[in-house]
Write a protein that binds this ligand. Structure first.
Ligand code: FES
Length: 164
C-alpha cells in the first residue's frame, strides 16, 4: 500500500526522478524498467518515459478510478467537460509500462472529443495507436478506456443529481 501511494505521486514527475524513486521504493517498477526497453516499441517507450497529461484537475467534472484485478494496478482519471466535450483530461496511473503508455495515449485520443466519442474509445484502438503491445500486455490497455467510462459516468451522475 505504501508503494501504491508513493508511486501514484511519483508518476507525475519526470522520468529520471521516477527512476530514482522507483529504485529506492518500488522493486516491481525497477523490474519493469530493466525489462521494458527490450519488450516495447519506441512509441510505447516514448509514452512511458514522457507520459502526457499527467496529474489532477482542480474541481473536475468527473473522476474515474479503476483497477486491474489481476495485478492490482490502478488508474485515476479526471475530466473537465464544456459544451459536451472533454476539454481537459488528466490522470495518475500506478502500473506497468503498458498501462502508463496506454493512459498517456488515451488521454491524447479523447481530449477535445465529445462524450460519445470518448465513450467509444476501445482498448484495441489504444493498442493500435501505440503500434502494438506484447501479447501478454494487451490486457493492460483496458484500464484506460475503463477509467474514461467511469469518469463520464461520474460526470453524468453529478449532472443528473444537480438537476433533480
Ligand atoms: S501488469 Fe498491471 S496493468 Fe500491466
Amino acid at each position: 500500500m505504501l508503494i501504491l501511494t508513493f508511486s501514484n505521486t511519483v508518476m507525475t514527475f519526470p522520468f529520471s526522478f521516477r527512476l530514482v524513486c522507483s529504485f529506492t521504493f518500488s522493486l516491481p517498477f525497477l523490474y519493469e524498467m530493466l525489462l521494458c526497453s527490450d519488450m516495447y516499441n519506441d512509441t510505447v517507450m516514448n509514452h512511458f518515459e514522457n507520459p502526457r497529461n499527467t496529474g489532477e484537475i482542480d474541481q473536475p467534472d468527473g473522476i474515474g478510478t479503476v483497477g486491474n484485478p489481476n495485478c492490482g494496478d490502478m488508474m485515476k482519471l479526471y475530466i473537465k467537460i464544456e459544451s459536451g466535450r472533454l476539454v481537459e483530461v488528466r490522470y495518475k496511473t500506478f502500473g506497468c509500462a503498458a498501462a502508463i503508455a496506454s493512459s498517456s495515449i488515451a488521454s491524447e485520443m479523447v481530449k477535445g472529443k465529445s462524450i460519445d466519442e470518448a465513450l467509444a474509445l476501445t482498448a484495441d484502438e489504444i493498442v493500435t495507436a501505440l503500434d502494438g503491445l506484447p501479447s501478454q500486455k494487451v490486457a493492460c490497455s483496458v484500464i484506460a478506456p475503463d477509467a474514461i467510462k467511469a469518469a463520464i459516468e461520474d460526470y453524468r451522475r453529478k449532472t443528473e443529481s444537480s438537476t433533480d
